[in-house]
Design a binder for this molecule. Structure first.
Ligand SMILES: NC(=O)C1=CN([C@@H]2O[C@H](COP(=O)(O)OP(=O)(O)OC[C@H]3O[C@@H](n4cnc5c(N)ncnc54)[C@H](O)[C@@H]3O)[C@@H](O)[C@H]2O)C=CC1
Ligand SMILES: O=C(O)[C@@H]1CCC=N1
Length: 333
């Protein structure tokens, strides 16, 4: 049986709570809960534990991460920046974050946030309680072999590298290391990420709770079995780019019909944002919302027919499938 913990972003929960009727469960988490015996840990209530259905395990969840925790990032790229930016919107202080990368190219934007930077990966590891490994997947073995002698058993090592399995991470790190595999996505930078993590053999629930509380401002944070991480990579890590492609195509369609490009792109991004927020906040199935937009014989059904003729649904499903397969392939290397 799978165990799933859902740590929802504070913003989302505030919005939902206002609309919730007494005794009405949260539909989305209930749907997630339906798939397995699970528990739900809500991060923005001190030590809160909301139980749904059969509760197999309990997490004691601090509202916030310990503000004194030292956080390190190996790699100063887009994803490290996204997670760091999300964390800073919680109670993590920039003074408690350090980032390493071999060159200074990407370090400026971290420094602008008050985060200290270094070229030494071992310096980051030696001074951190939680270390995020945020380099490209093929560099993970190199980086971990470099820092491994400095890893201590009390530290939590979190890899965000696509495809890199817990088994490989544990093999590359000292015995009994606390390892977590996390797949985030880029909207962490605006606190609207979707993050799924799986714990390694030595990572306890409390370690997952620490990670969850650190990431609570990055967006929706869910714990699940490792087998889902590659799927999440295809659907959400990469999926963000699929949505951008759709937004770009919407705008290009409008430009083709005569709208100025800047306005078309602005409206396309607002359309994607609005559709996404309504989908998330209403808790409705996308097919229901799609139907709500369709007037019989109206414009939308004509457009949808054209999309179906273009095989858009099959294309998107295949995109998720091939991105997932690619993540799995990375893990076999
Ligand atoms: N970009 C995205 O949307 C997502 C990326 N990821 C994962 O995050 C990881 C990083 O990806 P990005 O941030 O996009 O890449 P990036 O290319 O933007 O950043 C990689 C960083 O690693 C640094 N680096 C290179 N060699 C290094 C070394 N030996 N020691 C320390 N740092 C080194 C580079 O200087 C750069 O700052 C990848 O494993 C990727 O699979 C996961 C989810 C989403
Ligand atoms: O394209 C990639 O490999 C990474 C993982 C998910 C998003 N970007």
């Amino acid at each position: 049986m799978h165990q799933i913990a859902v740590c929802k972003p504070a913003i989302y929960r505030r919005r939902r709570r206002r609309r919730r009727r007494p005794n009405e469960g949260d539909r989305r988490s209930t749907e997630i809960a339906e798939s397995a015996c699970c528990f739900q840990a809500i991060c923005d209530e001190p030590f809160a534990l909301t139980q749904h259905r059969c509760v197999s395990t309990q997490i004691k969840m601090d509202q916030y991460a310990d503000p004194q925790l030292k956080i390190g990032f190996i790699g100063a790229g887009n994803m490290a920046f996204g997670i760091a930016k999300g964390m800073l919107s919680g109670n993590v202080l920039p003074i408690n974050i350090k980032v390493s990368a071999p060159s200074s190219t990407n370090q400026g934007r971290f420094q602008e946030l008050g985060i200290s930077v270094t070229h030494s990966n071992t310096e980051v590891v030696s001074g951190s309680d939680v270390v995020f490994v945020a380099v490209k997947p093929h560099l993970v073995p190199l980086v971990l072999s470099e820092v491994s002698p400095h890893v201590q058993q009390k530290q939590i090592i979190v890899s965000v590298a696509a495809g890199v399995t817990l088994a490989l991470l544990e093999e590359l790190l000292p015995e009994n290391s606390i390892v977590i595999r996390l797949m985030p996505n880029l909207p962490c930078v605006v606190q609207e990420g979707a993050l799924l993590f799986a714990r390694g053999a030595n990572a306890k629930q409390e370690d997952g709770a620490v990670l969850c509380s650190l990431l609570r401002c990055c967006g929706l944070v869910v714990e699940g079995p490792e087998a889902w991480i590659d799927i999440h990579t295809g659907m959400s890590g990469s999926g963000v780019a699929f949505v951008y492609l759709f937004a770009e195509a919407l705008a290009e369609g409008a430009v083709k019909m005569g709208m100025p490009s800047a306005l078309a792109h602005s409206i396309a991004s607002q359309t994607v944002l609005g559709a996404g927020r309504l989908l998330r906040d209403s808790g409705k199935h996308p097919a229901q919302l799609r139907s709500d937009v369709c007037t019989p014989g109206g414009t939308t059904i004509y457009g949808l027919h054209t999309l179906e003729q273009g095989g858009v649904r099959a294309s998107v499903m295949s995109a998720v499938e091939s991105a997932t397969e690619k993540a799995r392939e990375l893990g076999r290397k």
